[in-house]
Design a protein around this ligand. Structure first.
Ligand SMILES: [Zn+2]
Length: 476
């Protein structure tokens, strides 16, 4: 009797062929093909479940379970059901299902009483149908072993896979200062990478931590991939992933690689947010390595001559102090900062150039605390959601503005706007130009405006060009 199931090989859930045969010998269940300890323990559950459900174990025969591929050490959370069902079918205690010659795929955990549980990694299985415990995914749902008798001609339950539960995280802060709220709406609605710089205690880290809770709901395929990646490090997620590595993280842990080549924090943020608090404290090699994924949404790692590419499309949010004392803000009174000129310039120099140019927005946060207005988080959230709705409805655009080539938005601009508000002379680089166009589109979405108006371009310039300029100027 051959059936199919799934096993875990390292981090992957891989298909396995389960061949069950009976041979004279001591009554026991033997796994062949490198089972691990957990898998050997499953024989206890299988034996107990079969007895509890009123079936018999073979009396003077041993049950051999052969697992292919054979050469890899394996474990499984769901092999119980496959083995138990194959045994009941092989011994004729349950009539074999009519599957037109196809071996069924079974993946379920058994309780000692014989109930079938759906393992929590079932949603990694992409090629259905699979026989498993009750749940909403496309499957043949087996409640307990005796239920197999009713499933002689199983009908596939084509329910939409909603096993991927989505829970928006709660925001722990009640209000934000108005300038912070305004910028947060743009960042969250368009998913534009942003760097927040200013004195400590200004609220920049609090805002950055809150932004993931306002983002668009993850798409199902996105969440499935993110969950798969998260599970490799033993995490379960129900929302877009947020990676927030400490600045002492090694380039290897951040980027991925190592002897058994594996993805780093940047890939764990795929489909979600990568937060880099105290950006300047990170190893310079990390800044360097992040340029590729910020541009392409993936990262290639070369080890021992083999290159692997990992997904790494995420919203990068950073915070930074612009000098050692933290009081320096470009364009503002220099007397507040007590750092020697040379020290300050060294810090700022680390921030300038190609890396900071990849942040669509650079936001100085020194004025936030002085702002009298406080905006409730509900209002920020509603603003972001209505901009996302507008984007989908008005343009049928599924991806956030940050992931759309700026040329698509540029087509709709007037000649005047192109000549005067996107003037090459005032825009220092191609990236600044892209940033202004994309952010102006998001500002228009936030207002529910079909066209990008002059005021949107003006405001986008203030968000995407002036701060970068001030930073450069402070180096002179
Ligand atoms: Zn200072």
């Amino acid at each position: 009797m051959k059936v199919k199931s799934y096993i875990r090989i390292g981090h992957e859930l891989a298909p396995v062929e389960v061949e069950l045969s009976l041979s004279p010998g001591l009554p026991q269940i033997l796994f062949l093909g490198l089972p691990d300890t957990a898998l050997k323990e499953s024989t206890l559950r299988i034996r107990s479940a079969i007895r509890e459900q009123g079936f018999q174990l073979p009396q003077a025969q041993q049950v051999l379970v052969h697992l292919r591929p054979t050469h890899l050490k394996k474990s499984s959370r769901g092999l119980d059901l496959a083995v138990a069902a194959a045994l009941l079918w092989e011994t004729g205690q349950v009539e074999c299902p009519d599957l037109e010659g196809l071996a069924p795929t079974l993946y379920g955990e058994l309780t000692l009483k014989g109930e079938v549980l759906r393992p929590d990694d079932t949603d990694e299985i992409e090629d259905g149908p699979v026989w498993t415990g009750p749940g909403p995914a496309m499957s043949v749902q087996v409640r307990e072993l005796t239920h197999l008798k009713d499933l002689v001609s199983p009908s596939w339950i084509e329910a939409k896979d909603s096993a991927t539960r989505v829970t928006r995280p709660a925001c722990s802060v009640g209000t934000f200062p108005k300038p912070a709220a305004e910028v947060a709406r743009v960042v969250a609605a368009g998913e534009h990478p942003a760097l927040f710089a200013g004195p400590p205690g200004g609220g920049k880290s609090t805002l950055v931590d809150a932004i993931p809770s306002w983002l668009e709901e993850p798409r199902e395929d996105e969440l499935r991939l993110a969950r798969k990646i998260a599970r490799r490090v033993g995490r379960e997620i129900t929302w877009r992933p947020v990676a927030k590595p400490h600045h002492s993280i090694t380039p290897l842990a951040m980027i991925g690689g190592g002897s058994s080549v594996w993805a780093g924090e940047i890939s764990r943020a795929h489909g979600g947010v990568l937060i880099m608090d105290e950006l300047l404290e990170f190893h310079p090699a990390i800044q360097e390595a992040l340029r590729e994924p910020m541009e392409t949404g993936s990262i290639s790692i070369v080890r021992g001559g083999a290159a692997r590419t990992y997904p790494a499309r995420c919203l990068l949010l950073g915070t930074a102090n612009l000098c050692r004392c933290g009081k320096f803000v470009p364009g503002k009174d220099l007397n507040a900062c007590r750092c020697p000129n040379a020290v300050r310039k060294r810090v700022v120099a680390r921030l300038s150039g190609p890396f900071v140019d990849r942040f669509t927005m650079l936001v100085f946060t020194d004025e936030w605390r002085k702002s009298g207005f406080a905006v409730p988080v509900e209002e920020i959230f509603q603003g972001v959601q209505s901009a996302i709705e507008f984007r989908k409805k008005a343009r049928g655009q599924l991806l956030p503005n940050a992931q759309i080539p700026s040329s698509e938005f540029e087509q709709s601009l007037t000649d005047f706007q192109r000549q005067h508000l996107l003037d090459d002379a005032t825009l220092p680089s191609r990236r600044r130009r892209d940033a202004v166009i994309r952010v102006s589109r998001t500002l228009a979405d936030l207002e529910g405006s079909v066209s990008i108006e002059n005021r949107h371009l003006d405001q986008a310039n203030r968000l995407c060009v002036y701060p970068h300029r001030l930073l450069e100027a402070s180096l002179d």
